[in-house]
Design a protein. Structure first.
Length: 467
């Protein structure tokens, strides 16, 4: 069973709680899933790591971790992802962490690791506790490229391969955990795609993930290392080769978030008659208008120094933490002003059917990827196959939109309706500048306030946001 960001562990009752809280603009009783970055300690220094600038030598002490797990489990936590700024297996008491999660009935949905510290004892815990998925960030196909990408001694490459083989041997016929070998390509190694696939096959893993390095920290940036749209033709024959080799095995999970590359990928699939494998399904009830992120009602990421962040994709120095677990309880943070603000921003996106322009003045917490279409795969990839959830979410959001997005109503309701209209009519939007719209809105709101207050007081017509 592969990881689902914990969604497979969520009951119908909790899903309904999430939907009702989205519609009402309130909090759920706690995260159902959590990303625990147990430690910032790591034995490698991957040149592409997006957490290099956040990395410390800290780890969450076991007593605080145990209390945190107890608190969240009491509020309905069902699963965790163990990843982080460092490697989670370099937490000094990681075996005790596994044991405490199992004691509280919390499933390890995903462990992402470079695999160096995946000992026999760790393997035994993962298998015995039925962890759903282990992703080995192998990244390279040989010791030399491993040393280049991970910036470590080449000998560690063979150690990781040994650890993968041992985990698979110990697992035997069990499906727990699913084992994934992940490879990353850049301009220096994309020609090794066939060899990467062959190595994955020889290891006997359940899936082989092939992706491109998308960004690197500025302080470690090597000019022209990232693949670009114009590189797709050079990569095409190697992509065709791996697709052809995988046609019957169905192990590949391949996707390229580079402009034009997925078009090339689809053309290559058609040429070698290799259908897409291992993609997450999309239910008929799923609609793009309801595809906004709902993580503020569902999950949180906690880093090695205790900072609380929305998700693993927003681990960036420019992103202000939502709190810290060493200062107050998780419940206090979950119901506090930062999470409340994030829920409000996510709800506005959902109410507007995702038809909203990103404006950093409006969004204090959400980033462009949270709002603009196609920039974040995480926010709905794992969930869009849930027919019942998205059918119920659509029905209840439509009811809320009728009440809260309309041209005759409060200023906020009218503003939402106007923004949706302008988003779907770009020519009108180009004619009317954003500054003009803001000034017109402020004038209409201020000049009509006495009239709206009188109508509300005398006739009960609620055309004002004021009490």
């Amino acid at each position: 069973m592969r990881g689902t960001h914990g969604w497979a562990e969520v009951s119908a009752e909790r899903k309904r709680e999430i939907i009702d809280a989205i519609v009402a603009g309130t909090a759920t009783r706690g995260p159902v899933h959590a990303e625990l970055d147990l430690t910032d300690r790591c034995n490698v220094a991957c040149y592409f790591c997006n957490q290099q600038s956040l990395r410390t030598k800290e780890q969450i002490p076991l007593p605080r971790l145990s209390d945190l797990i107890d608190e969240m489990a009491g509020n309905g936590l069902r699963s965790v992802r163990l990843s982080g700024g460092g490697d989670p297996l370099f937490h000094r008491e990681v075996l005790d962490v596994f044991d405490h999660l199992a004691l509280r009935g919390v499933v390890v949905d995903n462990l992402t690791t470079n695999g160096v510290a995946l000992t026999e004892e760790v393997a035994r815990r993962l298998i015995g506790n039925k962890a759903r998925e282990v992703i080995f960030s192998l990244n390279a196909v040989n010791a030399a490229d491993y040393a280049r990408m991970m910036q470590v001694k080449p000998a560690l490459f063979d150690k990781v391969l040994e650890n993968i083989r041992r985990l698979l041997a110990m697992r035997g016929e069990s499906i727990y955990p699913s084992v994934v070998a992940q490879f990353l390509i850049d301009r220096k190694n994309f020609r090794s795609l066939p060899e990467m696939y062959d190595l994955g096959r020889s290891l006997g893993v359940d899936r082989i993930a092939l992706n491109a390095v998308l960004e690197v920290p500025q302080e470690s940036f090597e000019e022209n290392i990232l693949l670009a749209p114009e590189d797709r033709e050079a990569a095409r024959p190697y992509v065709e080769t791996v697709l052809e080799r995988d046609r019957d095995a169905g192990l590949l999970q391949i996707d390229f978030a580079i402009s034009g590359w997925n078009e090339m990928l689809n053309q290559a699939r058609a040429k070698v008659d290799a259908p897409a494998q291992n993609s997450y399904p999309t239910a008929p009830a799923f609609k793009d208008e309801n595809a906004g992120c709902f993580f503020a009602w569902y999950t949180a990421a906690i880093t090695g120094n205790g900072d609380i962040r929305p998700c693993c994709l927003l681990l960036h120095p420019s992103m202000k933490p939502l709190g810290n677990i060493h200062q107050g309880t998780m419940t206090e943070h979950w119901n506090g002003p930062a999470f409340t603000k994030m829920r409000d921003e996510m709800r506005e996106v959902l109410l507007r059917r995702n038809k909203i322009e990103y404006d950093e003045k409006r969004f204090e917490i959400l980033k462009p990827a949270c709002v603009k279409e196609g920039l974040c795969w995480l926010k709905n990839m794992y969930f869009r196959g849930d027919q019942e959830f998205y059918a119920e979410l659509a029905a209840k959001l439509d009811e809320a939109r009728k009440r809260e997005v309309r041209f005759i109503g409060t200023p906020k309701q009218m503003k939402r309706a106007a923004e949706v209209y302008l988003h779907t009519h770009p020519r009108v939007r180009q004619t009317l500048s954003a500054d003009w719209l803001h000034r017109a809105y402020d004038w209409a709101r201020n000049s009509s306030r006495p009239l709206r207050a009188t109508l509300k007081r005398r006739l009960g017509w609620n055309l004002t946001d004021a009490a």
